[in-house]
Design a protein around this ligand. Sequence first.
Ligand SMILES: [Zn+2]
Ligand SMILES: [Zn+2]
Length: 143
Amino acid sequence: MAVSENASWDDRLRATGLRATAPRRAVLRLLAAWARPATHAEVAAALAPDSWDRATVYRNLCDLAEVGLLSRADMGDHVWRFELTREDASTPGHPSAHPHFVCSTCGVVSCMPDLPLPVEHVPAAVRAGRVEVRVHGVCDGCA
Ligand SMILES: [Zn+2]
Ligand SMILES: [Zn+2]
């Protein structure tokens, strides 16, 4: 693991007021590598070799979501999924409200590019990005 990578996570953690602990770094590194929303169960399973138990992983996911480093969303199956918060390309400083693709066979969720809506007469929440867009279909792995 590159020292510089840890250092930048540490800086981002400290900027939120959270201490830079090993489980928090591990969660951030994992979600950065996956680049898609993941459930607590998926993250806990991936970090099990580091011997952090499910409760520790869950507490850290919630802490990181609370300070805004992670975004948390229910994709329609009543399970929270966590992903690194990305900045909106058109409004820096605001979280990106990009759409998600949900596989109806395996349930894996992936991020889709931000798509500008070429319409004017839409509710204010749409213009402000305070909506969730989910596309359901069958992923490449299940097709
Ligand atoms: Zn699938
Ligand atoms: Zn996403």
